[in-house]
Design a protein around this ligand. Structure first.
Ligand code: NAP
Length: 369
């Protein structure tokens, strides 16, 4: 039976966090499906628009809540507490995908956010074949796209997905046909908005002409700036929001690593030229700019990197991925940082002097990834 818990929201979060840390099992974590917490109407964070979708100015990337990218799978109860703490702090935008895990990230996001159903926005992505719990190739066929959505809904424990992206385009299927499949998914009430990831401006344009796109999700940060070649302008022209993944350049910009850092082969960074010994040697001096500016502004390097992204366009919503409550808190601090026009010009002239190893070329922006 549905139980409406309007009681003390602060108490709810306090108990959830303690339970997440393994301290005590509380009624909050013992809540059954259907139990709800009514959020205060006043959001504590500034919001931004992705098309017609309004979300907190910074979202939470939930990819590393399962193994497969940067860290082993953390304890599920810790991630549930982390997700709930994010809601308490005013985060209303959560990013996951069917292939993270596969399925595990959607499952923990679904369980963690269930008490706030309808009051926060969840984005997920589809478009890869999954066989025996392994991520296989791309599959953008309309039958497959329409077929997998029910599984996402079930894992996320929602009746409708706020933002459903095509994770990667399989060019064997015309983008117009894919837009048609998303149109059917939305018409069936299974999603509210749709998005694309890592597509070229022309593809975005064609897709948008068929069915208005709310957001494009592509890698973008102070160090990885290829979307500045036509991608951001196209989003602006069409009224499509832009969601940068990798906004801290996989933690590089936070100052966490040095030239001697080496990565475990279960960490995706071990396979990327950017983080190879040669890459780190060439790229590390770039951090002097980030360090100098964060000192000047009295903020951390992570905050500077995220605030710089926010300052580029009003329709940009970064989704830093973190499994650390401290990093989440630090990252949200970026929403308070402002830059003058002359500061932005100065920063730009400094970053453009650098050639980083292992970043994508400007031209790659015009090619579907
Ligand atoms: N569309 C796509 O193809 C695509 C591809 C990749 C990712 N994504 C989405 O985008 C999200 C973010 O991308 P990402 O995780 O690859 O890159 P990211 O957010 O730039 O980097 C994540 C890494 O940064 C660390 N980190 C975060 N905040 C930090 C801080 N304040 N100080 C120090 N380290 C910090 C995290 O470690 P801790 O956990 O220890 O904080 C993690 O190792 C993902 O979660 C996922 O939802 C989408």
């Amino acid at each position: 039976m549905t139980k409406e818990l309007k009681s003390n929201r602060r108490e709810f979060f306090k108990s959830a966090a303690l339970a997440g840390a393994g301290i005590v099992m509380t009624p909050a974590l013992a809540m059954g499906s259907g139990d709800k917490v009514q959020l205060d109407s006043a959001s504590t964070l500034p919001t931004r628009k992705l098309g017609a979708l309004e979300v907190s100015g910074i979202g939470l990337g939930c990819m590393s809540m399962v193994a497969g990218t940067y860290n082993p799978t953390p304890p599920k109860q810790d991630m549930i507490a982390h997700l709930r703490k994010a809601v308490e702090r005013g985060v209303t935008f959560f990013d996951t995908a069917e292939v993270y895990g596969p399925y595990g990230s959607e499952e923990v996001v679904g369980e963690g956010l269930e008490p706030f159903k309808g009051q926060i926005k969840i984005a997920t992505k589809i478009g890869f074949e999954i066989q025996n719990s392994q991520r296989m190739g791309r599959n953008s066929s309309p039958e497959s796209l329409k077929g997998v959505v029910d599984g996402c809904l079930k894992r996320l424990r929602v009746e409708t997905i706020d933002l459903l992206y095509l994770h990667r385009w399989d060019p064997q299927v015309p983008i117009e046909e894919i837009a048609g499949a998303f149109k059917d998914i939305i018409a069936a009430g299974k999603a509210k908005h749709w998005g694309l990831s890592e597509v070229a401006p022309d593809t975005l344009r064609k897709a948008h002409a068929e069915l208005p796109v709310s957001a494009l999700q592509t890698q973008y940060s102070l160090g990885e700036r290829f979307p500045e070649n036509q991608i951001l302008d196209t989003c602006e022209e069409l009224g499509v929001g832009f969601v940068p993944w990798g906004p801290t350049l996989r933690s590089f910009l936070t100052g966490r690593f040095n030239a001697y850092s080496r990565f475990d082969n279960l960490d995706r960074r071990s396979q990327l030229p950017f983080f190879s010994p040669e890459g780190l040697e060439q790229n590390m001096p770039f951090l002097r700019i980030v360090q100098d500016w964060s000192q000047k502004k009295g903020i951390t390097m992570a905050q500077f990197s995220l605030a710089w992204l926010l300052a580029q366009k009003s329709y940009i919503v970064p989704i830093p991925g973190t499994i650390s409550p401290q990093h989440l808190e630090e990252n949200l601090g970026a929403l308070k940082v402002t830059f003058s026009t002359s500061e932005l010009t100065e920063i730009r002239s400094e970053i453009e002097k650098f050639e980083l190893l292992g970043v994508r070329s400007k031209e790659s922006a015009l090619v579907d990834q």
